[in-house]
Design a protein around this ligand. Structure first.
Ligand SMILES: [Mn+2]
Length: 371
């Protein structure tokens, strides 16, 4: 029984809750009609792993096949390598495709979060996520398993597999391991005891050579050009570092750069943002939960777009509108106000500081300049 397992070697896992939710999930997925497991538009490793685990669970317990879908792109080279190495088939879906599926299961995202292909008229049947829910519950589902204290949705899915007595396929175990590793920075951030228990159990099952190939996936020259641009545009305001990337070729670069710039010494907040296909994407990171990134992000996107996340990591999306420069300038001001307490900003790199000095010492950027 789950309770007995919890006492033996699964300390920290909430197997009682997961056992009940697995039964609900399997009951919902037993009905006739096609099943879609929907991730964020631009899926990250935690979403990819969670989707693979849900599909594995449905297949092993119900002998049914579910489709994994996403609305955007696999931006990061690591994420493309992950689906290739771990043989996770995912289909690009448009909002109008969703009508073809009887059962809709969201993983690592929620209805009305603005980062998935689910349009507001269509309800989700199952939602499994660890992002903070909106204050007022704006949506309902037959099964909603939302655990904001968990570091990764992959941990919830690991619990489901244990509760269902399903030994994960080695490729699924590898995916879940990488999902937890990537969302928690190797257990360094926002973890609960269940994350640690799941991570420790999965390390024995994960295929290390595949993991190494995923982590060190080859990247095209454009990727390094983006990094070059990001470093050149980075400004420091108080203990915040803020980076604009104008020429992104995928929306994942913002999270990656925000994460990277958090390594700058004395920095407590890192924000990267920029346009991609008519939407300004924002990503914020803090070294721990004290920064309350999700709440600040909600203030930045207020009345302009959507945003949310966790206390140490958050994302947002704001439509570009008719004038990109005006919009970028407004967003920059809001970032300074809410993430940097209105502190003045100066360029990160010396060359740019020199350039600013040459231009009259005005480090406050003009709308047309890179800031
Ligand atoms: Mn996640």
């Amino acid at each position: 029984m789950p309770a007995a397992r919890a006492e033996s070697n699964q300390d920290g896992l909430d197997l009682g809750r997961s056992a009940a939710n697995v039964e609900a999930l399997l009951r919902i997925c037993s009905r006739r009609g096609r099943i879609l497991i929907l991730m964020q538009n631009n899926p990250d490793p935690d979403a990819i792993a969670s989707a693979a685990a849900v599909r594995d669970l449905i297949h092993r317990r119900l002998n049914r096949r579910a489709v994994i879908g996403y609305g955007g792109v696999f931006g990061r080279a690591e994420n493309r390598a992950m689906v290739h190495e771990l043989r996770i088939e995912a289909r690009h879906v448009k909002p109008e495709d969703l009508a073809r599926y009887k059962t809709l299961c969201l993983v690592d995202t929620q209805p009305r979060s603005g980062n998935n292909a689910l349009y507001t008229a269509r309800p989700a049947d199952i939602v499994i996520d660890h992002h903070l829910p909106p204050k007022k519950s704006l949506w309902q589902a037959q099964l909603a398993d939302i655990r904001p204290d968990y570091g990764a949705t992959s941990t919830i899915l690991y619990e489901y597999l244990v509760a269902a007595d399903v030994k994960p396929h080695p490729l699924v175990a590898t995916a879940l391991y990488y999902g937890i590793e990537s969302d928690t920075q190797e257990l360094g951030r926002d973890v609960c005891p269940a994350d640690i228990a799941a991570f420790r159990a999965l390390v024995a099952l994960a295929e290390t050579k595949r993991l190494a190939r995923i982590r060190r996936a080859p990247s095209p020259p454009g990727y390094f050009a983006r990094l070059h641009e990001a470093l050149g545009n980075a400004v420091v305001a108080g203990t915040a570092v803020i980076t604009l990337i104008r020429n992104s070729d995928n929306p994942d670069i913002f999270a990656e750069v925000a994460e990277m710039m958090l390594r700058l010494e004395a920095v407590r907040t890192s924000v990267a943002y920029g346009p991609f296909e008519g939407v300004v994407h924002l990503s914020a990171r803090a070294p721990d939960a004290r920064g309350n990134m999700a709440a600040r992000m909600k203030r930045v996107v207020s009345r302009l777009g959507t945003g949310g996340g966790h206390r140490s990591m958050a994302g947002g999306q704001i439509p570009v509108g008719s004038d990109l420069e005006k919009r970028l300038h407004l967003i920059h001001r809001r970032i300074i106000k809410h993430f940097a307490s209105g502190r003045p900003c100066r360029p990160l790199l010396a060359a740019r500081r020199d350039a600013a000095r040459a231009a009259g010492g005005d480090t406050q950027p003009a709308p047309q300049s890179v800031w």
